[in-house]
Design a protein around this ligand. Structure first.
Ligand code: FUB
Ligand code: ZN
Length: 678
């Protein structure tokens, strides 16, 4: 008995060892290491509610939509064709060449959830979807159902041959990118290589067939993401071919057949200095450039993304943190072209903007990147999903006459499935470490565990942010000795709206913050040194003991903001910001009128804000979720019976922008008129 068991035991131990080794990844190359979301347990109402909605509603909904809308069927059809080539399937009208990415992105989000909330049924379900996906893979690794279902008559965007229309609309490499991102997340969550091996086979096929050498298709992605994904695959597998391929995809952009701004192929990437073209494509490319730069040390990439970041932040960023001004090409507009009603601000672009700013922080270690990230996160990104997690915006406008309404899904479902994968990953944006420095970048109630010099530090935050500005950061365990806590003091708390002159506070309030470092017994820690360093962080160096805490108070006075005069659409207008939140005025059209305590009962487009507005805080709930409201004196313009102008005093109620449009269609404005026309 013993003799028979022993070899099995040895084999099992060996495979466990190999598995552990395989799961060890290479360094990302970034000087700063983010603390993974698996090490940060969110205990906070604000984000706790969002994470719960993601788990209970968004991800299950997306899986059911993938089923209902034939996303899985595409894989099944492709598999049927591979088994019996006489079987071909008509590509349905209204489908997209990237529909495969919706299951991939949903699996990615679900895999993140699995790491925090183990769930056998979910894991089983994901497994069954991966089986369906794997069966659609061609023998040489190619996996693209838009062609494999019907190679003679593929999707009209796919082209007659592989890669032929990649730079246009086939999205073969975009599909690869999302598959790889998802497969890595699944592997990291489960330890199973099932999906990873499928993705590796497709990546290997791409490395063989796409490149600069004779016999290869010399094309770059029509829609970027493969760059980031292949860089990550290199980190996970150690196989340098993937990094080389990612670099090829970047370096040949602007040097192949299609040369246009839409996909940022108008110039070689290192020569670019302005954000142009399709905003999601652009953001994913900048993120990919940062990843490859971190791994290769290519400083030309970094110089280019620094220039482009400056262009965005000083000329193309909405006050909500959204990017992409126009629906023509879902693209960045011209400098200072930031229309409100027609603003595109695609939810995917907001997610892309978070990716870019996160990576620039990891490269440069400056708080200003998180200032932009936080603005996007709390405003133009979460506005993309309803509070209950079940409805989505694709564009996120800054004004509406009632033409906008969140939907449970779209024919082109990129935004809902991107929300699926982003929200569960949020806890991974809170902390980061560099040497003996622990960065505290976001404020939310949580318990985190970080490694400082390979030694464990446990810390937690107690806060009701973004509603209140009191944040306590407690050291719950410290095996690392002395280290610096680098606490981000948000730009808005230092009277800077954004790190540029695109927006400025227009009131004369001076926002402030206070900090105290205390020991467990409440006494001030005299030995702690505290300094606001040039990187925008409050750097507190101390030999931390268990129970020591940083008490930070950020002044949360509501502020009025003006845009740079060159933004014509915001001329004569202000918007209101409190903490990281942008507020808006809303008037529901169908529901709630009259009896809705959070509804203005007058035409908000005719409102004139007081020249010196003051704001009163109130409490309310939208979709059963608590919010802090603001009210202010204003006047509504109209005409009397004689046709003369009237100005009627009103109390204007403002709600957080992300919470608008939860009570049916509504009129909404972020930028409110304060001046008379010039
Ligand atoms: O092309 C794939 C996705 O569809 C893009 O990222 C979105 O903007 C939408 O066009
Ligand atoms: Zn989208």
């Amino acid at each position: 008995m013993k003799q028979r068991l022993l070899p099995t035991l040895i084999l099992t131990l060996l495979s466990l060892h190999v598995n552990a080794q395989q799961r060890q990844t290479l360094s990302t190359g970034y000087p700063i290491t983010p603390v993974p979301f698996t090490s940060v347990k969110v205990t906070d109402g604000f984000w706790g509610q969002r994470l719960q909605a993601s788990r209970e509603v968004t991800v299950p909904l997306a899986f059911s939509k993938c089923e209902e809308t034939g996303r899985y069927k595409n894989f099944e059809n492709a598999a049927a064709h591979l088994k019996d080539p006489s079987k071909v399937f008509d590509i349905k009208e209204g489908t997209f060449s990237f529909d495969d990415t919706d299951p991939y992105k949903t699996i990615e989000g679900a895999s993140y959830l699995l790491q925090t909330y183990p769930d056998k049924r979910l894991r089983h379900y994901i497994d069954s979807v991966i089986d369906i996906i794997g069966a659609a893979q061609e023998p040489d690794g190619y996996l693209y159902t838009a062609r494999t279902q019907n190679p003679q008559h593929p999707h009209p965007w796919s082209g007659d041959r592989r890669w032929e229309k990649e730079e246009d609309l086939s999205h073969e490499l975009y599909n690869l990118g999302h598959m790889v991102e998802s497969a890595i997340a699944h592997y990291q969550a489960t330890g199973s290589r099932k999906f990873l091996d499928i993705a590796i086979r497709y990546a290997d096929c791409v490395c063989r067939e796409v490149g600069p050498n004779a016999g290869q298709a010399c094309v770059v992605p029509g829609h970027q993401i493969a760059e980031m994904a292949l860089a990550k695959l290199y980190i996970v597998t150690g196989d340098k071919r993937y990094l080389d391929e990612a670099k090829f995809l970047l370096d040949y952009r602007g040097k192949t057949t299609i040369v246009h701004e839409y996909s940022q192929a108008h110039r070689p990437v290192i020569e670019q200095d302005e954000a142009v073209g399709h905003a999601v494509r652009a953001a994913y490319m900048y993120a990919g450039m940062a990843d490859v730069a971190a791994l290769t040390g290519d400083s030309a990439y970094i110089r280019a993304i620094d220039r482009i970041w400056n262009n965005i932040v000083s000329k193309k960023l909405y006050i909500t943190g959204g990017i992409g001004a126009t629906n023509q090409g879902e693209a960045f507009g011209r400098n200072y072209q930031l229309p409100n009603m027609t603003s595109y601000c695609e939810t995917c672009a907001a997610i892309g903007n978070v990716y870019v700013n996160h990576r620039l922080f990891l490269l440069h270690g400056e708080a200003k990147y998180y200032d932009v990230l936080e603005r996007t996160l709390y405003n133009g990104l979460i506005s993309g999903v309803s509070l209950d997690g079940g409805n989505f915006f694709y564009p996120n406008p800054l004004a509406s006459k009632g033409q906008h309404l969140r939907q449970p899904w779209f024919g082109c479902a990129c935004c809902p499935s991107n929300i699926c994968r982003f929200i569960p990953s949020l806890p991974g944006y809170v902390y980061a470490v560099r040497d003996a420095n622990v960065y505290v970048n976001l404020f939310l109630a949580n318990q985190g565990e970080v490694q400082v010099g390979g030694r464990r530090v446990r810390l937690s935050q107690q806060t009701a942010y973004p509603w209140q500005g009191d944040i306590t950061i407690t050291i719950d365990e410290n095996r690392a000795g002395a280290f610096a806590l680098k606490v981000r003091i948000p730009g808005w708390a230092r009277n800077q709206v954004v790190p540029s002159d695109l927006y400025r506070f227009s009131d004369d309030h001076q926002q402030d913050y206070q900090v105290a470092v205390r020991a467990k017994d409440g006494s001030i820690c005299q030995q702690a040194t505290t300094q606001l360093t040039d990187d925008g962080y409050l750097t507190i160096t101390h030999r931390w003991k268990r129970g020591d805490r940083v008490e930070l108070h950020l002044d949360m006075q509501p502020r009025t903001v003006r845009a740079n005069d060159r933004v014509r659409d915001d001329e004569g207008r202000i918007c209101v910001q409190r903490g990281p939140l942008i507020y808006c005025a809303e008037q529901p059209i169908q529901q709630g009128e009259g009896d809705d305590p959070l509804a203005n009962d007058f035409n908000i487009t005719r409102v004139l804000i007081n020249q010196h507005p003051t704001f009163a805080l109130g409490q309310g709930t939208i979709a059963d979720t608590p919010i802090t409201t603001l009210t202010t004196d204003a006047q509504v313009l109209g005409f009397d019976a004689q046709g003369r102008l009237t100005a009627t005093d009103v109390r204007l109620l403002l709600i957080p922008y992300y919470a608008w449009c939860h009570r049916g269609r509504s009129t909404m404005q972020v930028w409110l008129r304060q001046d008379l026309p010039n």
